[in-house]
Design a protein around this ligand. Sequence first.
Ligand code: MG
Length: 462
Amino acid sequence: MISTAKWTVAAWVLAVCLPIGVARAAKPPRPNVVIIFADDLGYGDLSCYGHPTINTPHLDRMAHEGQRWTEFYVAASMCTPSRAGLMTGRLPVRNGMCSLRQHVLYPDSAGGLPQSEITLAETLKDAGYATACIGKWHLGHRSEFLPMKQGFDEFYGLPYSNDMKNRRVPPKKPGGKASHEYIGVPLMRGEKTLEQPVDQTTLTQRYTKEAIRFIEKNRKRPFFLYLAQTMPHVPLFRSKEFVDHSRRGLYGDVVEEVDESVGQVLDTLRRLKLDKHTLVVFTSDNGPWLVYRQRGGSAGLLRGGKGSTWEGGMREPAIFWWPGTIKPEVVRQMGSTLDLLPTIAKLCGAEVPLDRVIDGLDLTPVLTGTGPSPRDTMFYYRGNQLCAVRHGPYKMYYFTQPNYRNRKGIKHDPPLLYNLDHDPSEQHDVAKQHPEVIEQIREIAEAHQKGVTPVPSQLEIR
Ligand code: MG
C-alpha cells in the first residue's frame, strides 16, 4: 500500500511538474525589444562617453546597468542607408538604399526600401510581436514604403528628415542673415498626415508619450518598439522645459531632452515590471553633422563626422540594457547595427531570412557573457563605393572624404592604414610598416566585393 502511494505521488509529481519543466526548456521567455535610435548624435555627445558639458544621467545609468560598447558601428554615415542597414541586417549596397550621387531620400524621391526586403519588424511580427515605429522613418514616404508596409502595426512620426521641405526666408534687415522655415515637414499617424508643418518643439515629448502608450497597451504580450528620435538632427528644437537646460547650449538642451525621453521609457518598463523582460538598445544613425558647427555634435576623439567613413562618421555610442540578463560592463569589441536583426531574432525566437545574404552577426554571446563578439571585420561604404575595411585593430582606406560635400573622395593607391587600437583618431598612416596587413585586408575586401551584386539605386528614382 505504502509503495503504491509513493508511486502515485511520484507519478503525480512527474505528470504535473515535468511538462512545465519541458515547456520551460523548450520555450524560454521571449524579451520585448526597444530600439532607441538618435539622429546625428556623435560618439562624444553623452556624458558616459566623455562629454564635459552635456549631462545625460538617464543614459549614464542605463550604461552603468548594462553594456556600453566602444566599437559599435552603423551601416552607413547617412540617415537613409544607415536605417536600411539596421532594418534589414544587410549592407545598403545590397538593396539599392545608397548612392554616391545622392546620399538620402528627399521629399521628391519616388523610391524606398524595396518590399522584397525583410525588415526586423516583419521578422518579429511573424513571431507574434506587436510592433510600432515611432519617430523618423526615412526609408520611403510613398504609401507603398511607409512603416505599416514594412512590418509595423503602428506608425507615428515623420516620413523623412525634419529639415526637408524648407523655405528660405530673406534677411529682415539689409545685411542680416537669411533663415529657414520648415514649412512642409508632416507628422503622420499610419498613412494620414496629422499636422503640417509639425510643431517640432514638442516632438521629443510627443514621441515619448506615444512610446509609453504603446508599451502600456502591449504590456501583456511581446512587443517591438522602434523609437527613432528626430533629434538632435539640425534644425534643433526642444520644449519650453529644456530651454537653457544645458551648459552646452542649444545642442546640449536637445540631447538632454532625448536623455529625459530615454529615462521615461526605462521608468515605464520598471513601473510595469517589464525591465527584466525587455532588451533596450540605444544608439545613433550616424556621426555628428559637423558642417553645422556649434549646432552639430561631437565625435569626441574620433576623426570626421556625418557623411564620412572616418570613425567619427560611423562609430556610435551604443548601450545595451536588459537587467538580470546582460552583465553590466564596458564592451571593447566590435558590433554593428547590422547585427541587431540576427541577434534580436535569436533572442526572440524569430527567423532570420535564409534566402539572402545577411551581413549581420549574432551578438548574443557578448550580451549573455558566454563568448566573444563574432565580428572582426567592418566594411565602410559611402554610397555604393567601398571606402575602407577594418579587420581587427587595422583599418585600410581606398578612399577618404576631404569634406562633407565631396562625393567621390580621394583615392589612395597604395591604400592608407591606421591602427585603431594605437591611434583611434586616425592620424598616423602606418601602411609602409605593415605591407602584410595591407595584403591581408585587400584579400578580405576582394572576397567581399565578389559577393556583392550591384543593384540599381532606389535613392535616385524620381
Ligand atoms: Mg542621421
